[in-house]
Design a protein around this ligand. Sequence first.
Ligand code: ADP
Ligand code: MG
Length: 430
Amino acid sequence: MIVPTVQNSPMPTLGYALFATRWLQAPLYFGLVAAQGVYVYKFFNELWALILRCVSGRATETYVMLAVLKLVDVVMIANLLIMVIVGGYETFVSRIGLQGHRDQPEWLSHVNSNVLKVKLATAIVGISSVHLLQMFVDVHHTSRHALLWGTVIHMAFIFSAAILAYMSGPMARRSEHPPAPRRAEPTTATPAPEPPPAPGPPPAPVPVSAPAPAALPTPFPLPAQRRAEDPEAREAAGAEERMRAAGFPVRKVLEEFDESHPRAFDRDTVARLGKLDFVTARHNAVFVGPPGTGKTHLAVGLGVRACQAGHRVLCATAAAWAARLAEAHAAGRLTEELTALDAYPLLIVDEVGYTPFDPAATALFFQFVAHRYERGSLIVTADRPPARWTEVFSGPSVPAMADRLVHHAEIVRLDADSYRTRHARAAWAD
Ligand code: ADP
Ligand code: MG
């Protein structure tokens, strides 16, 4: 397997020096801390004036409301300041490392310049609405001109905050879902030779880079929603659903097939089949061998892999297929049944050879194979090669049926002692 290597090129000295200049910003944040001190002073000044006025009995209701709004205004500006100080320092200068701190602000864990902009815009809207409220409360001392412009400016703040929030949505989504992951290319100049085909799992998209952390504080999709939106989780659920619907007699995977067990066995062909190109090419596969040699195992293994790759699959024994076709024929809807089966790119007919078929059943099988010819894939497991199917099927259509089936087919012969019997013998010996 080719493992991509990440080249850790040393950061160029010039770039590093430029990056270090971010520390020049650090005193600015401390300057803002001083400004915050000014606001603290202003707050207590206002508060003291309010208390004095109330105590001396000179405070009207309007005055108290205005004074309180002023205090709220000061606090909101202080909040805005702390947001700029902490968020800006964390984003543009250096990590503060508050992770796990009891008092870590909720927004700091996902702060970035985008979030900061939106937060600032909403804080400004908050401050401007307090100002506007003050104007309306003190409407007798506010000119119409000031009221009009206060309202207009407030609307402008709301509008720009809405636009910023809207724009940061797509930006955040883009950073949350980076472009579709591409397969990592080898970084070596000369490409390594392709490994020999092996019946490994089908090529699944391997994300090269982990998705970036969420950028927007709200609205966050809930974990369940995220799973539902997660394409990988959806794909796995779809594969499971297809496997359940396929009707496999047992769940077997190709990786569990012990290649050393059969005496003779065409590994390369099975590996090629495992890539599922035969399904997209609408070709067939026939596994031939005595009982217990792993024919059903391989057929189901391929079927499971096809389900995982997104193909719908149906699996049944030859006897069950014969019954299904006979039933459809009796109901006068054989053509519809065959057409409905076109929705399944892969059909598995297991155990040809164990049940003899009369001419009527053989004729139905012939129609079935003839309809599938170049329309969809079939996997057939049989205890004898197609040339000897006249021993199982009867009637004139047997050679034509076998001919159509093997025309575009990989035929895999398994020569082995029964895996069941051998393992039973080993267990008995133990
Ligand atoms: P067949 O269909 O040829 O009669 P099966 O595929 O049903 O045989 O195999 C019988 C049992 O033996 C199954 O449980 C199967 O998983 C197991 N088996 C057969 N061959 C192998 C093998 N080469 N490696 C692992 N398990 C095997
Ligand atoms: Mg079998």
